[in-house]
Design a protein around this ligand. Structure first.
Ligand SMILES: C[S@@+](CC[C@H](N)C(=O)[O-])C[C@H]1O[C@@H](n2cnc3c(N)ncnc32)[C@H](O)[C@@H]1O
Length: 281
């Protein structure tokens, strides 16, 4: 049984939760999010056998509450994503950026490095992997790796599995489904799994974008950090863009969401396309 919807999340409890979430993830929960927070936490509070949200706040404050903070952020984060979201970015990569980046590695056989830094359940990282898989059909010597990360363990587990409901796998080219996915059998009928030949290029990590150091090497060719900065305030975005810039190789690219231009943020990148930036060489 769930906590009845009439058990309120008091302003004091909401303020405590919003401050904690901000301190850990920089996700800003404005006052208009109070009922959303209550509905996302109701089931969790109940499953822990607690009576109300005040008890939940007490658990988070108590020694040992640290693990529960991860679950709180997991429940609060918005994870919406889908395959080939904002498709112009993938076209740009295929037509213009990958040929240039690949040319730069041809003589050294250095591998191209990509980081999908708010990967949610993985559709964005595997869209990129498909684009790279397709590109390699004409550039078979190219070596590449994608690091995919997120703050939500729940989403990362789905990312690792790479299994999606068939009707949600919408791809711009019909034959890619057959080439890059395998059909589920038995209890997985109706699902598609990204083939191992793509999955082996995708390394999944838990990363909070505001942690001190990242488990991803510097000198990256491309970072996707899309549709997450909208949840952060301007000082946090400014700090994050500076950190991501440090992670890029000279001549590397940062992709942000279409509604997340870096206008109003001080940064050292060059705008090369709507919502795509390059670190000067
Ligand atoms: C709306 S999804 C965007 C997914 C994907 N990038 C896309 O464009 O489709 C935002 C993701 O950012 C993650 N996120 C939020 N705050 C984060 C933080 N501080 N560090 C890492 N990931 C974070 C959330 O867990 C969520 O999965």
């Amino acid at each position: 049984m769930l906590i009845p919807p009439d058990v309120p999340l008091s302003p004091r409890a909401f303020e405590f939760l919003a401050n904690l979430v901000y301190e850990r993830s920089r996700i800003r929960l404005g006052p208009d999010r109070q009922s959303l927070v209550a509905s996302r936490l109701r089931q969790r509070v109940q499953s822990l056998g607690l009576g109300d949200y005040e008890d939940y706040c007490a658990l988070l404050r108590a020694p040992g509450g640290e693990d529960e903070i991860d679950s709180l952020i997991d429940l609060i984060s918005t994870n919406h994503t889908h395959f080939f979201r904002e498709p112009a970015h993938f076209d740009l990569l295929t037509r213009h950026l990958l040929p240039r980046l690949a040319e730069g590695t041809k003589s050294s056989l250095r591998q191209l490095r990509f980081w999908v830094a708010a990967a949610s359940s993985g559709e964005e990282a595997y869209s990129l992997a498909i684009v790279l898989g397709e590109f390699c059909r004409t550039h078979p010597w190219l070596r590449w790796q994608i690091d995919a990360s997120d703050i939500s363990q729940r989403m990362l587990e789905r990312c690792r599995q790479g299994i999606y409901e068939e009707e949600k796998v919408e791809l711009p080219v019909g034959e890619w489904r057959q080439r890059w996915f395998q059909r589920g059998i038995g209890e997985r009928v109706g699902c598609l799994r990204v083939k191992q030949e793509l999955r082996r290029h995708v390394v999944v990590h838990w990363v909070n974008l505001f942690q001190d150091t990242y488990p991803v090497p510097r000198g990256l060719d491309v970072i996707f950090c899309r549709n997450v900065m909208i949840y952060f305030d301007v000082p946090s975005r400014t700090h994050l863009v500076a950190r991501l810039t440090e992670m890029l190789a000279p001549g590397g690219y940062l992709f942000v969401g279409h509604s997340e231009s870096l206008i109003g943020i001080r940064h050292g990148l060059v705008s090369v396309w709507p919502s795509v930036y390059m670190k000067p060489e």
